[in-house]
Design a protein around this ligand. Structure first.
Ligand SMILES: Cc1cc2nc3c(=O)[nH]c(=O)nc-3n(C[C@H](O)[C@H](O)[C@H](O)COP(=O)(O)O)c2cc1C
Length: 495
């Protein structure tokens, strides 16, 4: 029997019974009174086993023709298309190391961790910092993409996320002089038990304390962090190749975008900041030289990768209070004292000119003397500065962004184009759907979770905030479901 795709109509999310025109064929297996539902439970195309099709990307606005409240949606729920990849909303998952990889390989933990986000309507998901060479891991348990052995673990995750009609990319990284350290909870446990031996992961514990590379041999924290070897020009050339090999693996895996990690005191940030880069070759010294390595890698990656390309940087070393202004010695050979927003703005324009699509603006991490005033949205002014001063570059804001209205206003006010969230994702994985409810719009939940979200997926007039309550308290959570559909719904009461 030919079966219509019940959920794929342009008029919205249909909960109702079969349309009268859809008659069962004589040969069909008939139910009560000779009736059968003419609708299949369609499968996600191309997925290797049965997975229900998501008729709309989870977290995307449902059609305004039916859901009148979506007529003028908040910008947090505006879809964004970059190089042909459509991200259904602008609440994006910031990369988060899990220190849970098996010699670089993604594990079941990553499948559950990232797969759950895809089920919850995030506009985009980013795999944590993944090292392009083994010595570029922060900890021995960091994620890696330096070998073809890493492909299957990532591919399993990416296929699943795509099966759910969601988007996922990866952050490519090298930890530089902050490599070969202990996972945070190991440091905490060690500290609590009186350990005074610093943060170095010893060779016996999977570390590589003697092979930690940086622009110069300046430790991040003398005695507590590994000693650093200044990268040779051969090392730099090999590193560029390693990034390109990682890009090829990203293509095989099927990632939707790549982000280059240039923040938080890791290798690229170390090269760009005059505090950590004291080289005398053409990769150090003046600003042009300090930017050379990240720009060369960006250019090569851009040439090899057609999809969206993002770059995360730290907009400031936060040393104003300690060292005075960023531009410490105007007119001198090396006029910049530390890395800050002025150099960031120059760098951002060059990244844009090389074809970077989005700048992900974070801060700090390169100098332990940093003085940061932390609070809600504390890094947003950096993002806003880049947005204002570097046209034609998308900008992401990150850092203690936790509320629906706040996230939306950052975009509405033109301070950034997307918001990245990290710890709030770990506290409240349902943030995107809850935010939609708070902001008064209807977005698609995963079909499997739809019964928990009927309070949001209810047709309202623009501006209407009242939520219809279901008569039966037992089924709280399905309030709002239209009464005339209840009779046909065999699942209307729990279970
Ligand atoms: C557990 C954890 C792991 C992180 N790992 C990364 C990472 O892999 N790459 C990165 O650029 N930032 C990493 N960060 C920083 C976050 O992406 C984010 O920039 C920061 O936590 C501020 O955002 P939040 O206030 O929403 O948590 C990590 C943060 C946390 C909490």
């Amino acid at each position: 029997m030919a079966q219509p795709q019940v959920r794929l109509t342009p008029n919205g999310y249909e909960y109702g019974p079969a349309p009268h025109s859809a008659k069962p064929s004589a040969s069909a297996d008939s139910g009560k009174d000779g009736q059968v539902a003419p609708f299949p439970n369609p499968r996600a195309e191309g997925y290797h086993e049965y997975l229900p099709q998501q008729p709309y990307p989870i977290g995307s606005l449902l059609p305004a023709e039916k859901f009148k409240q979506n007529a003028k949606p908040p910008k947090l729920f505006d879809a964004l298309t970059i190089r042909g990849v459509e991200f259904p909303n602008r609440a994006w998952v910031s990369p988060m190391c899990q220190y849970s990889s098996d010699f670089g390989k993604a594990t079941d933990h990553h499948f559950v961790h990232l797969g759950s986000m895809a089920m919850r309507g995030w506009g985009n998901i980013m795999v944590e910092a993944s090292a392009v060479v083994p010595e570029g891991r922060i900890t021995p348990e960091d994620s890696g993409i330096w070998s073809d052995d890493h492909i299957p673990g990532f591919k399993r995750i990416v296929d699943y996320v795509h099966g759910l009609n969601s988007k996922i990319g990866i952050q490519l990284a090298h930890a530089g002089r902050k490599a070969s350290t202990l996972a945070p909870w190991v440091q905490m446990i060690a500290g609590d038990s009186g350990w005074q031996g610093g943060s170095v992961a010893s060779d016996a514990n999977g570390g590589w304390g003697s092979g930690v590379m940086g622009p110069s041999d300046i430790s991040y924290n003398e005695g507590n962090y590994p000693d650093v070897v200044a990268a040779s020009s051969e090392y730099i050339e090999d590193l560029k190749k390693a990034f390109l090999e990682a890009v090829e693996r990203c293509k095989t895996i099927g990632f939707d975008f790549i982000e280059l990690h240039g923040a938080h005191g890791y290798l690229f940030h170390e090269f760009t900041s005059p505090l950590s880069n004291r080289r005398t070759d053409n990769y150090g010294g003046n600003l042009e030289n300090r930017l050379r390595l990240p720009l060369e890698v960006t250019k090569a990656v851009r040439a090899a990768w057609d999809g969206p390309l993002f770059y995360r940087l730290s907009a400031s070393d936060w040393l104003e209070e300690v060292d005075g202004p960023e531009k410490a010695h105007p007119g001198e050979k090396e006029e910049w004292g530390w890395w800050g927003i002025e150099q960031t703005t120059i760098f951002a324009a060059q990244l844009r000119d090389l074809g970077v699509d989005l700048l992900d603006v974070s801060s700090g991490g390169n100098d332990k003397r940093q003085k940061i005033t932390v609070g809600p949205k504390y890094q947003v002014p950096f993002a806003a500065h880049v947005k204002k001063n570097v046209p034609n570059l998308l900008v992401g804001a990150v850092g203690i962004i936790t509320e629906a209205e706040e996230s939306n206003s950052i975009i509405e006010d033109g301070e950034a184009d997307v918001v990245f969230m990290a710890r709030e994702v770990l506290r409240d994985i349902d943030f995107p759907l809850k935010a939609a409810q708070t902001l008064g719009v209807a977005v698609a939940p995963a079909v499997q979770y739809e019964r928990a979200w009927t309070r949001m997926v209810v047709v309202k007039e623009p501006g209407e905030t009242k939520t219809k309550k279901h008569r039966n308290p037992e089924v709280e959570g399905e309030e709002g479901r239209a009464d005339d559909h209840k009779e046909e719904n065999p699942h209307q009461s729990i279970p």
